[in-house]
Design a protein around this ligand. Sequence first.
Ligand code: AMP
Length: 429
Amino acid sequence: MEDLRFEDFEISDSIKKAIKKLGFDEPTPIQKLTIPVSLKGKDIIGQAQTGTGKTLAFAVPILEKIFIKDTSPQAIVICPTRELCIQVAEEFAKLSTFMKKLYILPIYGGQAIGRQIRVLNKGVHVVIGTPGRLIDHIERKTLDLSGIETVVLDEADEMLDMGFREDIEKILKTTSKKRQTLLFSATIPRQIMNLAKKYQNKPELLKVPHHKLTAPDIEQIYYETREKMKLETLTRLLDIYDLNLSLVFCNTKRRVDRLTRDLKARGFSADGIHGDMSQNQRDKVMNKFRKGKIEILVATDVAARGIDVPNVEAVFNYDVPNDSEYYIHRIGRTGRAGKAGYAFTFVAGKEIYKLRDIRKYTKSTIKQEKIPSLRDIENKKANLILEKVVEVIENSNLDKNIKNVEELMGEGYTSLDIAAALLNMIKEK
Ligand code: AMP
């Protein structure tokens, strides 16, 4: 399962092209597990949280099966909230960019029902809705579910918690018994299993094995930043922590390329690896990193697989990973062999929700810190220089230099003036 790629799925080129355009390198674990099973038409109980790529996991097989010429609803996704409906509809829209004349409609309460009815009358292939509004349309006979081939219950545990059980059952009963039913849920309590038993046909229970975070010596820190500030945040941390070897993770190949270029342009010793490079190219970069000829390696999750460099002092999540398991894999690259390590995560905008899931999943403490200011960096640099000064005083013969300083003091300057001026000169170098 590990090496399954998007190209390996039996899906049309138009969907593959859309996935490529989105910049996704590799299916996430839940996608690898569920897409092949779902394509076969089987019922599924998928244990997956938000942020694991579950939407794409059910959207791709649905899109693959749509018969465009039939404009009655063929798939329905039931979601607990209006926000999720919109998000799911957006994901469907992105994945179907290259599918002509495919219509998707999110329907939720609070939106004018007349408009929804007009669009439904024109014909839609996929309906994504909240239980209450779906029932409303079913009762008005403005939504005909007799031709539904696939039903998705998204965030099923959440829907049951919100008291939608009866509504869901009502909706399921109006669809054909021959339908495929996909149930996705972060947790699988007994009520979910009961629902599955009643409305699914021999479902396969698919869940990604939960790996434990096994590196207690890693200090995990996150910074709230903006997308545009991520590069600046990274360079400040690199400056302040004075790291020898660091690994920086981005979510896509394009972002690896861009960040590598930006770091090099700022004089950092960096290089990148990702799946579009030949094995030979990757090996070359890895060797340079291992030998310390480059200090910063920028990578995607896929390309970083198998990286085992003992002295990585820090892992940066330049992007919050889409899967909590990835977080564990990424930060496990530091703090090896009893050494301490840092894991820094940059969180911009909605990434905070992914971080919340990661915290829950890994049950680890990720503390928030303020991005170091330019003054912090200045102080840190001065401290580093002064540490070196002490080292030189203790370990070198300075007689000649002392004479030079004494001469200058003869001209009326204090030793403090001279030391401060020298510090200035070094800092500006
Ligand atoms: P979800 O769990 O469906 O809420 O997805 C979380 C985020 O991951 C969404 O922004 C998706 O667009 C993104 N995503 C889905 N599949 C992949 C993938 N294979 N690689 C990278 N990102 C993905």
